[in-house]
Design a protein around this ligand. Structure first.
Ligand code: SF4
Length: 241
């Protein structure tokens, strides 16, 4: 199936949604102070067109499962579409499936997934409350970085998932997701602690570390939890207005 080789245009119609969230102050108990909001310039995301047949979940999921647009289809066990609440106010976006995700067909399983689940709980949410997806739907060999052409070919799927969910906030975990969503090469550190904006509807976008990175660099866990507190605040503001 070669539909991704066409030029796509996303149709996004984001509507305000309301959700009541119990806002317990987990992180304040850790002595972490509230963050100062900084709003970055809104990036311009090129519009793309997705055939109307793919503008529902079943068609989109089937298209991903059958996709052979890039070479990663040759080594995958299965595609990893995404999981969670399709009416979520928050989408967490990672990089690509790893070994365990490729085997199980679900994003963020294994040790990194367990850490992500713990991170989600610090903002008083469960995995089932949010939606979780990756930039790529197939595992790169040996977990190498996604190549630009793979990102270009695969991200219309993610863009359409975002368009269908109409979230209030996006949280990108890791450099690869941040660079795609912001169309930048800036360091992850420089992108943290800011409200970025994604797409035509200027969805608030927060950047933090990937759980796999945090497993290798636990010293940065406190900064990640501060990012989550920041995300909780932005989510609260978005869903209260
Ligand atoms: S990574 Fe994406 S574009 Fe490449 S084969 Fe898998 S689903 Fe298709």
């Amino acid at each position: 199936m070669r539909f991704l080789q066409a030029q796509y245009r996303l149709l996004r119609h984001y509507h305000g949604k309301t959700m009541t969230i119990s806002h317990k102050h987990y992180l304040q108990s850790l002595g972490i102070l509230p963050w100062q909001m900084k709003v970055s310039a809104s990036p311009v995301i090129d519009n793309k067109t997705i055939p109307s047949a793919l503008q529902d979940w079943n068609a989109l999921q089937a298209a991903v499962a059958q996709c052979t647009a890039c070479g990663l289809h040759q080594s995958r066990t299965q595609t990893v579409f995404g999981v969670g609440n399709r009416k979520a106010n928050l989408i967490i976006i990672g990089e690509a499936p790893g070994f365990h995700e490729d085997k199980q067909g679900e994003p963020f399983v294994g040790r990194a997934g367990q850490l992500l689940t713990a991170m989600i709980k610090t903002i008083n949410l469960e995995r089932a409350d949010i939606y979780i997806a990756n930039i790529l739907k197939c595992r790169p060999p040996n977990n190498r970085d996604p190549q630009p052409e793979e990102v270009k070919l695969c991200t219309p799927f993610l863009d359409q998932q975002i368009a269908l969910i109409k979230p209030q906030v996006l949280l990108a975990v890791g450099r690869i997701a941040a660079h795609y969503l912001l169309q930048t090469k800036s360091s992850l550190e420089s992108l943290r602690n800011k409200i970025h904006r994604y797409g035509e509807n200027h969805i608030p976008l927060i950047i933090t570390y990937h759980p796999a990175y945090l497993l290798r660099n636990p010293i940065d866990k406190k900064k990640a939890f501060m990012d989550l507190q920041f995300t909780r605040k932005i989510l609260h503001n978005a869903t209260s207005s």
